[in-house]
Design a protein around this ligand. Structure first.
Ligand SMILES: [Zn+2]
Length: 155
């Protein structure tokens, strides 16, 4: 089978299937391929390339008039250099904070409290606390700060 894009004398474009090129020539010559819009039997192949035998499964052609924005788009980005700089700065800060601090893990709340109440030597510590523990520490006036974390490192 061959599909031809056809155009009638009044510029209506349409498509029709034929068994072969000869079949088209014969039918069109006999006026056997009327325009579906106006019935005009004087039709000719449209200048657009006919889709020959592109058979089953070929995607339907996009309807005309949609061609301007019809090209497929891909999403691209150029990362903002400020974000890179910020991440580097956070990493640096985090390194500085932890460099001379003791890691106390989930004993952070206890240790921070001991330091606050001078029950142990004053020093830098870092570790984990639950939100409840952090709230309690804040209410007691214990000084602490969130350890800066780089967004991409959170996982
Ligand atoms: Zn027509």
């Amino acid at each position: 089978m061959i599909r031809y894009a056809l155009r009638c004398e009044k510029d209506h474009e349409f498509e029709a299937w034929f068994r072969s090129g000869d079949d088209y020539d014969r039918l069109a010559g006999e006026g056997g391929v009327p325009c579906p819009v106006c019935g005009e039997t004087k039709v000719a192949k449209a200048p657009m390339a006919p889709a020959v035998g592109r058979s089953r499964g070929a995607p339907p052609q996009k309807p005309g008039g949609d061609d301007k924005g019809g090209e497929e788009k891909v999403q691209l980005t150029v990362p903002d250099p400020r974000e890179q700089a910020l991440r580097a700065a956070i990493r640096e800060l985090r390194h500085k904070v932890t460099e001379h601090a003791d890691y106390v893990g989930d004993r952070f709340a206890d240790e921070a409290r001991k330091i606050h109440y001078k029950e142990t030597e004053p020093r830098g510590i870092y570790g984990e606390a639950t939100a409840d523990e952090a709230t309690a520490l804040a209410e007691e006036g214990v000084e602490f700060h969130p350890l800066p974390s780089v967004p991409e490192d959170r996982n």
